[in-house]
Design a protein around this ligand. Sequence first.
Ligand code: PMV
Length: 359
Amino acid sequence: MYNNPNLIFEQSIPQGKTGWRSPSNIALVKYWGKKAVQIPLNPSISFTLSKSYTETTVEYSPAAEGESAVQFFLEGEINEQFGEKIHAYFKGLDTIFPFLKQLKFTIRSSNTFPHSAGIASSASGMSALALCLCSIEQKHFGGMESKEAFFQKASYLARLGSGSACRSLYGGMVSWGKVDGRIETSDLWGTQQIKNVHPDFLTFNDSILIVDAAQKKVSSRIGHGLMNSNPFSAERFKQAQSNILRLMDVLKIGDMDEFINITESEALTLHAMMMTSNPYYLLMKPNTLNIIERIFDFRESTGIPVCFTLDAGPNIHLLYPEKVSSEVKVFIDDELKTFLHQSRIIEDRVGNGPENLNL
Ligand code: PMV
């Protein structure tokens, strides 16, 4: 839909530099299952993180004929594998950005969080890169008439790199995927749900509890694919539609109990889908369950609104409003730290979305 043969340098090919900081996100209603090309089989909603982000700079200069190339540095070190992946991603964008083949690139990326910590570096990384590409277009061709158009295109491009990355383009709560009866939603890009969110949810903390830092054995790409033959997938996709509609209401009225219900059920359903795939697999660890049980007990005995969600991995995202953070910190120290890998916790919270580094 963004195909544009005019985005090609006709005379001189420029050189320049651009850069963006873009956050990761954590889903409340989970995207799990997709069809080509990166179209979700059910809608999802996430909140954007604040401290867990990627900073990416893109330097570009004229490529000699046929020499379009990408040099990619992660945390200051050349990473050829990622460089090749990005080059392949750029080639796939040829009809959207024909000018990419006229350039060669040096891309430098760094994350504020460690790899395999249960934070999606693909979401922050691909959204930062997509924003850099849109900035190059904007600088040399103009034409993206509004901020909305700019971010929508960046969200579309991020999605092509990594589905859930398209939700990282905005702050607060962001949905992705067509929700029945909600005309503002789309399978093609993320939509910010800012107008309808109760302030309590915009101060949410996310203490990311690292149970295991090892690389997961089954990638999300394989996991999505296994949903095509999962016997429960059709029901799951229906359930996600209804959960997201309920959650949108809950976010508006500030119903904390119902928020907890939907969020925890979604996390366990995601893992239930993994356990019922063929071949089946398990990404939770014993200490994931130990922590979940402690959370249930703590909430029941204190009434403090703290809950968990899980990504496609063993680590726990502990979610709670700012107003109960001192009690929750004591709970983490007294009861949960013992289950963590090297007592590792990453403290994050709901964030405001990407920032231009204005290079
Ligand atoms: O965007 P992907 O392909 O890495 O898939 C992400 C899937 C989950 O993180 C498990 C759920 C989600 O909606 O983010």
